[in-house]
Each structure stands twice: as structure tokens, then as C-alpha cells.
Write a protein that binds this ligand. Structure first.
Ligand code: ARG
Length: 716
């Protein structure tokens, strides 16, 4: 009987647990405030987002080129994900001092490691500039909008920047139905403070990636530095730790099911208003093509990386990024099909059509026009993906494309001085060969250009396949053809030899340079694409812009009595919900938290993804969890899940309880909801969070970094 009651309670809980869809702009939370309070929020809207007073938003940064970080001490200490710090950690590592592999802790501020190129920016304010932008755009259409937008955005941001004090963006929301100005302050002196060893920070590797249950301790810590006036400054020994307007206190209390959870961060991109036609294109063209190219590329990279620790380190970050979205697209396709998202979208579209017929006849044709636009672009869609994913994969090719500027300059008969200036720049760009591995790149070039040849329809091929590749290296075996051709290109190009290149790159001998095999190939394929197929992609883009503007504008009208959030666009958003388990499929139930027991269950000595260092195994065996153990469980909680609405870019975001305290670092989404960027599923969508107590346990016990805890404000 008791069991039966429990069963009904569980079923009831699932049905009434409305997962909380919506990535709200911070100033929109007032419309959600009652619901947030009902769920357990104790703060006022002003404490979360205010442009007049210090508020929670002042603790949140846009980290690096696309993650989120948060201030966790009054001395500029910043937490983000391990996979967000990954590139910087790899860049400051060497085979001998391999912080990526072994972890790192700066025991004093002097030991912190500068990370050139890494920066963070704080949001200063957001302003609605819709009227100003629209007045300027008038009835501009398609391509013209792009040009005019650029102009008016520039005018608005230049004023907002106040010289070089700030940097700002104007961004379009609801596909051009609203425009907001976002003003930021950027800090460029950011130093590495702490990172777990990779086998904790990326525990479970690609096998566990995008999956729950999880045991990854996906965090890293940095420190933001400023000049003596607390203002941004280039790296200097004299800089001092930045004092943030707000930093997050850290909760040691842990979470229970149904606890309030809120996330503030920078989600990158969603396309929730995509039509069924778009989903069809994703399922049948874009996703499978991307996955098959990446399959190949990753297999080659893996083989070469395994041969040499230096290659492994040099390509680690690039590998992780490619693999992350390789698995993402596999999961997205699987879930779009399983959840019948096309069918769901079709239902919404039918309802839209009904509404338009009754209320807004000017929108009656929008969906038909979508269908036409997708159909018109269909023959070229695959080519666009292959161009990006396959042709552009090799470092040599990407570098060779830079010589387009030289070719254009020659055709324009510019002075030899100007040619020399271009050459100088090109030589400087050889930096892109840092860490370059010739064998790996050559193999990628051969295999992926073979795919490009095979997968792009023959009628769209560039000339060079016939004139060079097959004319000189042709073979019934295409694999051999492209391998021979790659061998020829890589052994004869001057681009890999900076001295030889420097000797040739000048006004006198550029003509010869243009016959370099790598340049010939790159420019020929590129020109074919740019002349004939990129215009199709652009035209499709303008069609989409206009249709999305009309469709989302109509939806705003249709939903005017409901709340409607804009798609993610790398601007700050708030999502709120709660800690919640889920049932991924019939008869299976996933608890909302994982524990250190799971680390030991998954532990596989010697395995690249599931190994653990002896020190960690020892701590786990002794169950030495100290104050970081959960009081009720007597165990170390590693990760937990919430029903918050996040996406890539939110990585590193703070998960915050009803009292405004940090309870964890958001780092992933779950497999069963991988279609979430296109359609949010309230039953399955979960955010995966590293429990802050797990993070602090690693800082203290694994990395011996207790002094960092003293900077924080820990709340029991
Ligand atoms: N899926 C995570 C995200 O995009 C990244 C996880 C990185 N870990 C990995 N094994 N690649 O936010």
C-alpha cells in the first residue's frame, strides 16, 4: 500500500512538475517574479538585476569566447567550467608541466599563470533601442537590412562606448522584432588559479558527455586583475585583483528535490521558432553530413594524438570542441526523431495558419514561403556543410586561403609596396601553424577532401578536381588519389617553410607563389564556392531573415497575452526552475543526484576517459569527504540535475538557490533532450550541474588549495 501511494505521488509529481522553459532577459524577470517566488526565490527582482544598484548580474561574466563565469570572492576569483578553461589550460601546459593532465593550483597569487588572449566581460546595462533602429531601417528588406543595421548599430554602439571605456553590441531579438543595446566592460588580465586534473575535469570523456548520470568535476578557476583604480588594464605585474560589485556566496547546504534553482549566464544560440521545414533539413542534411565528416576527422586525430604526447596536447582543445558537437548532432538527430519534433512543429504551424486566417491575413503566406525557401536551397545545403566541415578542416588550407588577398591585390595591379605589406601580414599569420602536426594535417586533408569530392554533387565541383587532382594523381581508388595528391601538395608547398615563403612573398615573385599547390587548391575550391554557391546560401539567409521576422512578429502578436522569450543570442539570460529527477524512458528512473560511489564504479585504471589519479582513488577509498559530504546522505554528492533551460554558452554558469547562493556549476545537458535547442521538452530537459561541494572538495583535498576557500563566503 505504502508503495502504491508512493507510486501515485511520483506520477503526480511528474505531471505537475512543469519544467521551466524560457531564457529570459534579466529585465523580463519581473513578469515571472510571482512564479519564481512560488518556486522558492527569496530575493527581490532588483537584487537579481538592476542598473542602478549592485545586483547579482554584476557577479556574472561572459568568459572567453563563449562561456559563462562568476565572481566567487571579493578578490576577483572566478569560477567557470573546466571545458571552458580547457584551451587556456592547454595553452599554458607543456609535456613536462602538463597542467591539463595533472591539474594545477596556484598557492599564492604570484603563482597564478597569465593567459594571453583570455578575457572576460561584465554587463553594465541593457537598453531597448527598437524604435531608434526601426526608424532608421524604415522598410528596408532582406539584404538591404544587413547594410543598414550595420550602420545604425555602429552609431548606437559608438555613443555607448564612451571612447574606450566600454564595448557594446546592438543585438536583434525575436528575429528583428526587438533590438537591445548591451554595454560591457572587458578585462584582459585574467590568470589561471586552479584546475583539476583532466581525469576529473573531463571524467567520463566523450562517452559520458551529454549524458546523465554524470560524475565530472567540470570546473576551473581564474582571477580577474585590474589597475589600481579597479579598471581594466593589460597584463602587468603591478595590477591587482579586481574587486567586483557583487560576488556569489557559496552554499554548503546542498540541494533537495524540488529546491529552487536559477541560472544566470550567456546561452549561445537556440532556434526554438524553427519551422518543420528547418527541422527536416537538420535531420536529413545538415546533421548527418556534419557527423560523418567529423567521424572521419576525429578518428584520424585520435590516431595521431595517441602516438605522441606533444601532439596530444597541441590538438587536445581542438579535438574536444569537434567531438563535443559531433556527439551533439548525433543526439539532436536522434531526439528530433524520437520526440517527433516535425510532427509537433506541424501541429503548431496548423494552429498558426488557423489564427492567421482569422486574425492576420498578412501572415497567411509565411509558412508556404518558408517551404519554398527551404526547397530552393535544398540542392546546395549539403555543399555548404561540406565546405565548412571538410574543405576548411586542414590548417594548411585555411592558411592558404589567406593568399586570396594577395591574388586580388595582384589583379588590381597595386604597388609593390602594398604587395609587400600583404606579404608581411601573411607571414605573421603563420602563427596559425603553432603546434601544427604535418602527418595529422595531411591525413585530414586527404580524407576530408575526398569526402568533399564524393559528397558534393558533381555538377557543383570545382575545376581543380579534374584539372589537377585526377589529371595528375587519378586512380580508380579515390582514397589513393587523394592521398597521393595530399602527398604532392604537402611536399611541394612553400607555406610550411617560413624561410622559403619569406623569400618568395614579395612583389617580385608573387606570381610564382600563386602556383603553390596548396594555394592553387585552396583558392580554386574557394572561388567555385564563393562565386556559385555562397550566393545561394546568402539568398537563403536573407529569405530566412525576412520570414523569421514575419513569423516571430506574428507569434508575438498571437501570444500577446502570454509570456514569450526570445531565442538565445549570446546575451545574458535568466532561467529558473528546480532540482528534479526524470524518467528517461519506460520503467527507468533517474535520480536527481550522483555521488562519489559512482566515480569508483566508473573508475577504469589506464582508460583515457575513466582513469583516476592514485591520490584521488585513495581519498575515495577512505571516503575522506570531510565537511563536503552531504549531511543527510553521509556521502559526497558529485552532480545534480535541474529543469533549467540552458544551452551551449551557459557552460560555467552559476546555479543559484533561492537565497542567491551558489550551489553548483552548470556544465551540460542530457541525452534525452538533445533536441532542446530546437524544441524544449518539459518531460526530459535537464541541466547537469557539478555540486559546489564536490568542487570545493577537489580544491581542498585533491589540489591542496584550502586558502581559496578562505576568500569565499561559505554559508552553512
Ligand atoms: N557537452 C558540454 C557542453 O557543451 C561540454 C562537455 C565537455 N566535455 C567533453 N567530454 N567534451 O556544454
Amino acid at each position: 500500500m505504502k508503495k502504491l501511494v508512493l507510486f501515485f505521488l511520483t506520477v503526480w509529481a511528474f505531471q505537475s512538475a512543469k519544467a521551466d522553459e524560457g531564457m529570459w532577459l534579466p529585465m523580463m524577470i519581473s513578469q515571472n517574479y510571482e512564479e519564481m517566488q512560488r518556486l522558492g526565490l527569496k530575493l527581490t527582482p532588483e537584487q537579481i538585476y538592476s542598473i542602478n544598484r549592485n545586483s547579482m548580474k554584476d557577479a556574472i561574466v561572459h568568459f572567453g569566447s563563449g562561456c559563462t563565469g562568476e565572481m566567487i570572492s571579493p578578490k576577483g576569483l572566478l569560477m567557470t567550467n573546466h571545458h571552458c578553461g580547457y584551451g587556456s589550460i592547454a595553452a599554458v601546459s607543456t609535456v613536462d608541466k602538463n597542467y591539463l593532465m595533472n591539474g594545477f593550483m596556484a598557492h599564492t597569487m604570484d603563482e597564478e599563470i597569465p593567459c594571453p588572449g583570455l578575457s572576460v566581460r561584465f554587463l553594465i546595462r541593457i537598453e531597448d533601442v527598437t524604435k531608434e533602429v526601426n526608424d532608421f531601417l524604415g522598410d528596408a528588406y532582406g539584404k538591404e537590412v544587413e547594410k543598414k543595421q550595420e550602420e545604425i548599430f555602429k552609431k548606437i554602439t559608438t555613443a555607448a562606448n564612451e571612447g574606450k571605456t566600454y564595448e557594446s553590441d546592438v543585438k536583434s531579438f525575436y528575429a528583428g522584432n526587438r533590438y537591445y543595446l548591451l554595454v560591457y566592460q572587458r578585462f584582459t588580465d585574467v590568470r589561471l588559479v586552479a584546475t583539476p586534473p583532466e581525469n576529473l575535469g573531463k571524467f567520463g570523456g566523450d562517452t559520458d558527455n551529454w549524458m546523465w548520470p554524470r560524475h565530472t568535476c567540470d570546473f576551473s578557476m581564474f582571477r580577474v586583475y585590474s589597475d589600481n583604480d579597479n579598471k581594466p588594464a593589460a597584463f602587468s605585474k603591478n595590477n591587482r585583483p579586481f574587486i567586483p560589485k557583487h560576488y556569489l556566496p557559496v552554499s554548503m547546504k546542498g540541494v533537495k528535490e524540488n529546491d529552487y534553482a536559477m541560472i544566470m549566464g550567456y546561452p549561445g544560440r537556440t532556434t526554438r521558432y524553427m519551422t518543420s521545414y528547418g527541422v527536416d533539413q537538420a535531420i536529413n542534411i545538415n546533421n548527418p553530413t556534419t557527423v560523418s565528416v567529423r567521424d572521419k576527422r576525429l578518428a584520424i586525430m585520435r590516431e595521431e594524438m595517441e602516438k605522441d604526447p606533444a601532439v596530444d596536447l597541441a590538438y587536445a582543445s581542438s579535438y574536444a570542441q569537434i567531438a563535443n558537437y559531433w556527439k551533439y548532432f548525433i543526439g539532436q538527430t536522434e531526439q528530433l526523431k524520437r520526440l517527433n519534433i516535425i510532427g509537433e512543429k506541424e501541429k503548431e504551424e496548423e494552429a498558426f495558419q488557423e489564427w492567421a486566417k482569422e486574425n492576420a491575413r498578412e501572415y497567411k503566406k509565411v509558412l508556404k514561403d518558408y517551404q519554398k525557401a527551404y526547397a530552393a536551397y535544398q540542392p546546395y545545403a549539403k555543399h555548404a556543410v561540406l565546405y565548412r566541415e571538410a574543405f576548411l578542416a586542414s590548417t594548411l588550407t585555411k592558411y592558404a586561403l589567406g593568399f586570396d588577398a594577395l591574388q586580388k591585390a595582384m589583379k588590381a595591379n597595386v604597388s609593390s609596396d602594398s604587395l609587400n605589406v600583404i606579404c608581411k601580414k601573411l607571414l605573421k599569420n603563420r602563427k596559425s601553424f603553432d603546434g601544427f602536426n604535418l602527418t595529422l594535417d595531411k591525413r585530414v586533408f586527404a580524407a576530408l577532401n575526398q569526402m568533399y569530392y564524393e559528397e558534393v554533387s558533381k555538377s557543383q565541383h570545382p575545376e581543380i578536381f579534374a584539372s589537377d587532382v585526377f589529371a595528375n594523381h587519378g586512380n580508380a581508388d579515390w582514397k589513393k588519389t587523394f592521398e597521393d595528391y595530399a602527398e604532392y601538395v604537402y611536399s611541394n608547398t612553400l607555406l610550411l617553410d617560413s624561410a622559403a615563403l619569406a623569400a618568395r612573398c614579395n612583389a617580385d615573385s608573387v606570381q610564382v607563389l600563386m602556383n603553390d599547390p596548396a594555394i592553387r587548391y585552396a583558392l580554386n575550391v574557394m572561388q567555385n564556392y564563393m562565386d556559385n554557391y555562397d550566393p545561394k546560401a546568402k539568398e537563403f539567409g536573407y529569405d530566412m531573415f525576412e520570414l523569421n521576422r514575419a513569423y516571430q512578429g506574428a507569434l508575438l502578436e498571437k501570444n500577446k497575452n502570454k509570456k514569450m522569450y526570445p531565442d538565445a543570442n549570446s546575451t545574458m539570460r535568466v532561467t529558473y526552475g528546480k532540482v528534479l529527477p526524470y524518467a528517461p524512458k519506460d520503467a527507468v528512473f533517474f535520480n536527481y543526484y550522483s555521488t562519489a560511489d559512482g566515480l569508483m564504479e566508473k573508475y577504469k585504471p589506464g582508460d583515457k576517459e575513466f582513469d583516476l589519479q592514485a591520490k584521488i582513488v585513495d581519498l575515495l577509498k577512505r571516503k575522506d569527504y570531510g565537511d563536503y559530504a552531504d549531511k543527510n546522505l553521509g556521502n559526497l554528492v558529485t552532480c545534480f540535475i535541474t529543469n533549467n533551460d540552458i544551452t551551449g554558452g551557459n557552460s560555467g554558469s552559476p546555479v543559484i538557490n533561492g537565497d542567491g547562493e551558489l550551489i553548483g556549476a552548470a556544465f551540460d545537458g542530457n541525452w534525452e533532450a538533445m533536441s532542446g535547442d530546437i524544441a524544449f521538452d518539459t518531460r526530459y530537459k535537464r541541466t547537469i550541474v557539478a555540486d559546489v561541494r564536490y568542487i570545493l572538495w577537489v580544491v581542498d583535498r585533491v589540489l591542496d588549495g584550502r586558502m581559496l576557500l578562505e576568500e569565499m563566503s561559505l554559508r552553512n
